[in-house]
Design a protein around this ligand. Sequence first.
Ligand code: ACO
Length: 324
Amino acid sequence: MPTYSSVITGTGHHLPKRVIANSYFEDKLDTSDEWIITRTGIKQRYFADHEETTSTLGIEAAKKAISDSGVALSDIDLILVATSTPDLTFPSVATQIQAGLGIEKGCAFDIQAVCAGFVFAVANANALIKAGEATKALVIGTETFSRILDQKDRSTCILFGDGAGAIVLEKTEVVDDGKQAGILATDLNSNGRYRELLYVDGGVSSTQTTGYLRMQGREVFRHAVNKLVSSSERVMNKANLDTIDWAVPHQANFRIIQQTSQRLNLDKDKVILTLDKLGNTSAASIPISLSITNQEGKFKPGDIILSHAIGGGFCWGSFVFRWQ
Ligand code: ACO
């Protein structure tokens, strides 16, 4: 009896038109380009204009991933979108992207695990494919965090940016040759008692407003490193791996990535960094980084790649896969 897994066959990303350099904040707040670069590694980010929304960015990223994979649009039977910044309270961004692509079959829904959303979406798409519920999935991370930033709060508004990334995940039969391409293991975790460290102070059922992001940065930092390290160790154990070729981490802060990589004994040349140009794009950061790295031709067949992320909740996790 054959068993199945899923393999990444295409990647794509799309960024808003408007680039926001650190100097944008220097003009408005008591901050500096030097502080932002030294404490975060971020030099610029993109902010969506009015006509650009979470779903329009996601549609463009999805089109590029589909084109990269060579899959026919009519064969996509699952769309999972990781986002915390939907266009509307409902319907989901996933159904809006489905409509934008002209797809009318299969199912489409959103997943909300903040910055860890893409990791949760990949794990869920992989599980649905393994269970026989889907064969060709679009997994998208797309965000417009600029819409929930308090532009007067220098400790948060400098960190985030907008953008979208997408992958195509296709069903593949598992062969027991030690070279199986595709998702090898996933690890998901949540603990709601940390809500006060990272949250948005508004919402449909509480304030009937969108609210602004609030964060105790230093505390989030401390939890981030410990939780990303332990999740990565667990996922590597599950996949029976002790080395990787690339890490494509969530891009929150250069120092978080550096400390996590050091504790995992990762060579810094193997750790993909995009946050200098993009800031923290929340659920979009891993798929954008995968797409940029793929475009640059860095991934080679057989490469083992690790991704991990943590976000509000807290929710955190990781996945490890072999490039085909
Ligand atoms: N410019 C200048 N000074 C600033 C700025 C700024 N933009 N922001 C804060 N400061 C000041 C603070 O007020 C503080 O001043 P004080 O000492 O007089 O009180 C000082 O800088 C140090 O502040 P810290 O918060 O201790 O600075 P830290 O080195 O921790 O850096 C940062 C702050 C960048 C937010 C960091 O803590 C961080 O990256 N945390 C993690 C964020 C994260 O990973 N989020 C991921 C999840 S996101 C999601 O799920 C949506």
